[in-house]
Design a protein around this ligand. Structure first.
Ligand SMILES: Cc1ncc(COP(=O)(O)O)c(C=O)c1O
Length: 400
């Protein structure tokens, strides 16, 4: 018998080598208690959270929590059914209406996760004779959406406008084309040149899908994302998003003005063949989305936090993923996995949680300490965070 697990041997070996150094397992941390969007208890210690996607700090919002509790009491713990059977409650329609209002779009379709939204929309709209032209650094859910469908896949170099244009021009005349982009790329925290990319896509007859998972709620005047900030939201055919980041719960969605959009509810398998979100989740999401419409003050504070952390880390001598802060994600580039894990652990011991990211999730085989800020991080907390980076950086020899 061939052991089907033998393909994982190199990874098992790498993991064992890392853990044999005595370093805490960076992928197995337990949040023992979560006190707020910015503080948890880990290993019995107060820990500032700098690695969550809780950009707008909605997880403990009193209105959001009250809406969830009310829905739990009134509608029970789950729907036990697909959206197309018994799984559409008033709450599902209400959250879709909140999304339509938030984006000013005609249609909104809610999935059980953002992962499933990409899986479903991409695999359903791009068929056998069609082409998907996508940024090579696209999220795993975008690649998996491509893998689930039958279209031809054409990747282009990250954020490279010329490369996108060349690929578009090579697609056979008359073939359907879908360009897939992200607003903010989650590993390095960099933003796509959507204005130019959407223009080039349209000039070459392509439809455009933008995943705004890491920009919703924060970027753009109304928090609609990078497409809004760069003035091209009306030219984007499909926006994909998630409730697991700024919205502060779980779920995914697609919004669109396409006149035939509603047919997707009958043909999109990751929408049809899975249970719908629990009533409490859609109630928290709807409340959160409506509050995000009116959060300009929080957006401004989050930008301040992002700029201050970026400048402070740079001044300390860390190498960062972007020259300027472009989003709420700041990636600190580590020389290798061993150093990255040591720095991650030293920060944890100081009382700071960040995300350790490593290949294959990262571009160019980099090891990253990904910091993601929250609108509810206080000025004092940002100061504390910089102090912790100073101490951990010196202890591990990452900075002098
Ligand atoms: C760009 C992007 N799209 C989609 C997703 C999936 O979101 P969800 O957590 O809702 O499955 C993520 C999650 O990290 C993401 O970064």
């Amino acid at each position: 018998m061939t052991d089907l697990f033998s393909k994982f041997d190199p990874l098992i070996q790498q993991r064992e080598t890392l853990l044999s150094t005595g370093v805490t397992d960076p992928f197995n941390l337990v949040m023992e208690r979560v006190e707020s969007p910015t503080v948890a208890i880990c290993n019995g210690r107060r820990t500032i959270l700098l690695g969550t996607y809780n950009y707008m700090g909605m997880t403990f919002d009193p209105d959001v929590i009250a809406a969830g509790k009310k829905a739990l009491d009134e509608f029970g713990s789950g729907t036990t059914g697909s959206r197309v059977l018994n799984g559409t409650y008033g709450g599902h329609k209400a959250v879709e209406q909140a999304l339509k209002d938030f984006y000013g779009m005609d249609h909104a379709m809610v999935f059980s996760t953002g992962y499933q939204a990409n899986l479903g929309i991409i695999s359903t709209i791009a068929g056998k004779e069609d082409y998907i032209i996508l940024d090579i650094d696209s999220h795993a859910s975008i690649y998996d959406g491509c893998a689930l469908g039958n279209a031809q896949i054409v990747p282009f170099r990250h954020n490279d406008l010329d490369a996108l244009e060349k690929r578009l021009k090579r697609v056979p005349e008359g073939a359907g084309k879908l360009v897939v982009l992200e607003g903010v790329y989650s590993m390095m925290g960099d933003v796509a040149p959507l204005k130019e990319m959407v223009r080039v896509s349209k000039e070459n007859g392509a439809m455009v899908l933008v995943d705004e998972a890491h920009s919703m709620g924060f970027i753009g005047e109304h928090g609609r994302g990078v497409a809004e900030a760069q003035g091209v939201i009306d030219d984007v055919d499909f926006i994909i998003g998630t409730f697991s980041k700024s919205v502060g719960t779980v779920g995914g969605f697609c919004v669109s003005n396409h006149p035939k959009f509603e047919i997707l509810r009958l043909v999109c398998r990751p929408y049809v063949f899975t249970a719908s979100l629990p009533p409490s989740v859609v109630a928290t999401a709807a409340t959160s989305i409506r509050k995000l419409m009116d959060s300009a003050g929080k957006r401004a504070h989050l930008w301040e936090n992002s700029k201050r952390l970026h400048a402070g880390l740079r001044q300390l001598g860390f190498t960062l993923g972007t020259d300027e802060p472009q989003s709420a994600i700041i990636a600190v580039i580590m020389p290798d996995l061993e150093k990255g894990a040591a720095m991650w652990e030293a920060l944890l011991n100081e009382g700071l949680y960040v995300n350790l990211a490593r290949p294959p999730a990262t571009p160019a085989n980099m090891t990253l300490l990904r910091c993601s800020l929250c609108a509810l991080h206080t000025d004092d907390q940002v100061g504390e965070i910089l102090g912790m980076f100073t101490a951990a950086g010196r202890a591990t020899g990452c900075i002098s």
